[in-house]
Design a protein around this ligand. Structure first.
Ligand code: MRU
Length: 345
């Protein structure tokens, strides 16, 4: 199934990513507050998937609203939008999807609330469907960079689970594999939430794409010994100058890649590019609960009461970024110009 989908009964179904890889559980949510909680607790995660969840959350808010007039419905939607926006600050897709849904509600020409509700459900479904088409296009552009026998290193999970389906960084790998190229993927475990070990490994193994799981701190050794040909990562927000925010640890990989002459690419849908921010310095970085660092699953691995700092993302300055793969092509430096072309065509 898709990572997230609309159920015709008027609910949202999503894979509970906290339970993978040991259990495959699908949860059904009836209310936008439940969707907001699912985003915050990382039942669903990954920038494009969070965007789709935000859109479906607003569709639920519209469906459950008792509003009699368009004005009342819009007020209810704005309340829901505030709750959804407060869940995770870094992935810009969340804000992009909320704005797109509100724009649709405000601009719909007929005033009947039932029609606006139906159109909002359609719009959320369009966002989800478009995501898959975009990821296929990303895969096609990115696969031109992958040679037969390529060793790829990836971080976190920028796969089907981080999107509605097919992935971004993993779309490039999937497409190359589908084209018959022999690829091998080094998968960073990605502490503290282990999205690499739990999710990327699960996805690649299910599809028979050759991979090897490594501890995060093995990446430098592998690059220095010539065992990595390219680094492919996703992004939660990319600034106008090409600075890339992604899962904590991405910056270290990019510096190591430059030092060792390994090309480093971010793979992003254009909805992840935030042209309103001149540089990555303005990207808000989420800090999460210290429990994620002191524990590995349910197992405590640090002394009780230890002080913890847990930033969930970092920013890779654009000078370390070889290129940015989007659904509209591959952007190269200077990113100021090339990213604008990718977004506006
Ligand atoms: O905290 P997460 O799991 O939501 O972080 C996800 C990432 O950092 C991904 O690399 C990013 O969202 C891109 S997904 C296509």
């Amino acid at each position: 199934m898709r990572t997230i989908e609309w159920d015709a009964k008027g609910a949202v179904r999503m894979i509970d990513q906290r339970r993978l890889p040991l259990e495959f559980v699908v949860v059904e949510l009836q209310d936008y507050r439940e969707v907001a909680q699912a985003i915050q607790q990382m039942v669903i995660r990954g920038a494009p998937a969070i965007g789709a969840a935000a859109a479906f959350g607003l569709a639920l808010a519209a469906l459950r609203s008792q509003a009699a007039t368009r004005e009342e419905l819009i007020r209810d939607l704005e309340t829901a939008a505030d709750v959804i926006r407060a869940t995770r600050p870094t992935a810009v897709n969340l804000f992009w999807a909320v704005d797109r849904m509100l724009r649709k509600a405000r601009s719909w020409p007929q005033p009947e609330t039932s029609q606006i509700v139906a159109e909002l459900i359609n719009e959320a479904q369009r966002i989800a469907d478009e995501d898959i088409q975009i990821n296929r296009a990303i895969g096609a552009h990115g696969a031109t960079l992958i040679e037969d026998g390529c060793n790829i290193l990836t971080h976190c999970n920028a796969g089907a689970l981080a999107t509605v389906d097919y992935g971004t960084a993993l779309a490039v790998i999937r497409t190359a594999h589908e084209q018959g190229k022999r690829v091998h993927v080094w998968v960073d475990e990605t502490r503290p939430r282990l999205q690499g070990a739990r999710l990327t490994a699960w996805e690649l193994m299910r599809e028979g794409i050759p991979m090897t799981l490594i501890a995060d701190n093995a990446a430098g050794y592998l690059m220095r010994s010539g065992q990595v040909d390219i680094v492919l990562v996703g992004s939660d927000r990319t600034a106008a100058n090409g600075d890339v925010a992604n899962k904590i640890g991405t910056y270290s990989l990019a510096v190591l890649a430059k030092e060792n002459g390994v090309p480093f690419y971010a793979v992003v849908p254009t909805s992840t590019i935030d042209l309103s921010l001149p540089s990555g310095d303005q990207i808000p970085i989420e800090e999460r609960d210290g429990h994620e660092v002191t524990h590995c699953g349910d197992c405590q691995i640090a002394p009780q009461g230890v002080k913890v700092f847990n930033p969930a993302f970092d920013v890779t300055p654009h000078r370390y970024v070889t290129g940015i793969i989007t659904e509209n092509g591959i952007a190269y430096p200077p990113f100021q110009q090339s990213l604008r072309r990718m977004v506006h065509g």
